[in-house]
Design a protein around this ligand. Structure first.
Ligand code: GUN
Length: 283
């Protein structure tokens, strides 16, 4: 069997087109479009590319993006002061501070300072806590985008065995909470997990979010499993590859996300959706 492709690029484009139509209706009704403040500190090349893509998606959705590009030498106090001023600004609905931040800045302190109602990344403890209690408010973008992709399969998720490889605060843990809310039986695997291949072999749904190229081997995939790959790894020859051995996995899975063009665009589409929600609109 060869897997059907979960085309995140196409699904994201559809979401963004719908949001653009919604913005059009808002402006026709005399209301301002949603506004997202995008904060980039320093010159990390990957972050610069991500931020540029996010601003392009804002433009396509009709969202006003307000860019703050600060030097790597920016102090924690100065960044906190910016966050506080964005919190207080009624013209700003969402605040995104691109991670990673320079080493002298405490990223957790910055995340905690963002008004949870403007935390369109869904990283604030309040928003994570709401998700943990099955009452999500602003949901972390990458897990949210993957749940949208799972809905696209039309498969019933209830009772499925899901394995999440990677336990980060921004992807693995909140994805496990999303899958639990969808009534999957969830296992979170991490660097201390014993016999990872056996865990993955038992999974109806596999999520790989470890940041290591082709870490999850294709022959670990249970025939018919749904496979979601969060990884974006650049190889020495500049090719981009995911965390899953795609060519082998696709022969076993029922559905699989490509890299690029799978989860990545869905993260940004979810960010656009969250900006609408933060602006008080229903989708
Ligand atoms: N760095 C890598 N992914 C993300 C993300 O989703 N949001 C932010 N703010 N920074 C990131």
């Amino acid at each position: 069997m060869s897997a059907r492709i979960l085309d995140g690029k196409a699904v994201a484009a559809r979401i963004i087109e719908q949001l653009a139509q919604q913005t059009e209706r808002l402006t026709q009704a005399g209301k301002r479009p949603p506004a997202l403040a995008v904060v980039l500190v320093g010159e990390d090349p990957a972050s610069a590319i991500y931020v540029r893509s996010k601003k392009q998606d804002c433009a396509k959705s009709g969202i006003r993006s307000i860019s703050h590009e600060l030097p790597a030498s920016t102090s924690q106090e100065a960044l906190l002061a910016l966050v506080h001023s964005l919190n207080a600004d009624p013209e700003v609905d969402g605040i995104l501070v691109q991670l990673p931040l320079p080493a002298h800045i405490d990223a957790d302190a910055i995340t905690a300072a963002i008004d949870p109602a403007k935390d369109v990344d869904g990283f604030h403890s309040y928003n994570i806590g709401r998700l943990a209690q099955k009452m999500p408010t602003l949901r972390p973008c990458t897990p949210k985008g993957m749940m949208t992709l799972l809905a696209e399969t039309g498969e019933n998720l209830v009772g499925k065995d899901a394995v999440v490889v990677g336990a980060s605060n921004i992807v693995g843990r909140p994805m496990a909470l999303e899958l639990l809310m969808a009534r999957c039986t969830v296992t979170i695997c991490h660097s201390a997990t014993h016999d990872l291949p056996a865990k993955v072999r038992g999974a109806d749904i596999v999520v790989a979010a470890v940041g290591r190229p082709q870490f999850v081997k294709g022959d670990w995939i249970k025939p018919g499993a749904i496979v979601l790959d969060v990884g974006i790894n650049r190889l020495d020859d500049d090719r981009i590859t995911g965390d899953i051995e795609y060519e082998v996995a696709r022969e076993r899975a029922s559905w699989i996300t490509p890299v690029p063009g799978g989860v990545g665009p869905m993260t940004r589409a979810s960010l656009m959706e969250n900006t609408f929600i933060a602006a008080g609109h229903t989708l």
